[in-house]
Write a protein that binds this ligand. Sequence first.
Ligand code: G3H
Ligand code: 13P
Ligand code: ZN
Length: 311
Amino acid sequence: MGLVNTKEMFDKAYRNNYAIGAFNVNNMETVQGIIEGCKELNSPVILQVSSGARKYAGHKYLLKLIEAAASETDIPVALHLDHGDTFELCKNCIDGGFTSVMIDGSHLPYEQNVEITKDVVQYAHKYNVTVEGELGRLAGVEDDVNTPDEKSFYTSARQAKEFVMQTGVDSLAVAIGTSHGAYKFKPGHKAFLRFDILEDIQKNLPEFPIVLHGASSVIPELIEDINSYGGDINNASGIPEDMLHKASQMAVCKVNVDSDLRLAMTAAIRKYLALNPKEFDPRKYLSAARESIKSVVKHKIKYVLGCVGQA
Ligand code: G3H
Ligand code: 13P
Ligand code: ZN
């Protein structure tokens, strides 16, 4: 099947109370691991490319890898630009075969976020490309966003409705307490998400797909493996799976995961090389990395996203 946009995926996900995994990709083994996992569980998937990934691997290489992956399966596969920060970047991706783009104007003043998002929507929709916007700020652990009393970073449910009406976006990323990376909550702080805000957003925007960025669980077993085989990652923490599962049954239709895949790959490679010190064939340790990614993706599909058999 060719690549698809996210419209039908999200309509179906919303109606049936599940979410779709949006996995960041940088290389062939990651693409293959994700697609294999999704194929085995017959699940739709979004493969997303950040501007950093695009610089690392090259637009054409990633496009061709993902087209190859999609051509060998009947599951719906969308190719999405993650955190597009300019109109030009979004336009390049739309012109260059992406089926979905994110324009992230969340750091801009509200009016400027509306303007740039509207421009991208207008261009993208001419080519049947779907657009994700963002409102609110996903902060790092240092910003104190992840404490129950912090208000300034969270998405306002009232503004979310206004933003969607003014821009025409197809989905909206919101800030309810998640953050990027492997250090989401300060040591000693319990994981905390503002489900009350998510509920208000859902009331204000019925049947509208919401996106959760920074949604890795920072899987403890992977951290343990990394540290057992020479790594040094301390005080890492992520979003508990039950919270992500709850959000997936609500308005959240897209759950973004990058850090867990990075951890899966690193853990597998560290372990393989530590246990096989004489080995130097990259195909050996990259096969282990690919398997590890596949297994993380399958776990998420079954226990977090709830989209088994929904392709
Ligand atoms: O949200 C950010 C993603 O994890 C992409 O990260 O910009 O390092 O590729 P990156
Ligand atoms: P994580 O760092 O939690 O994996 O989030 C990834 C993400 O939001 C990509 O846009
Ligand atoms: Zn993100």
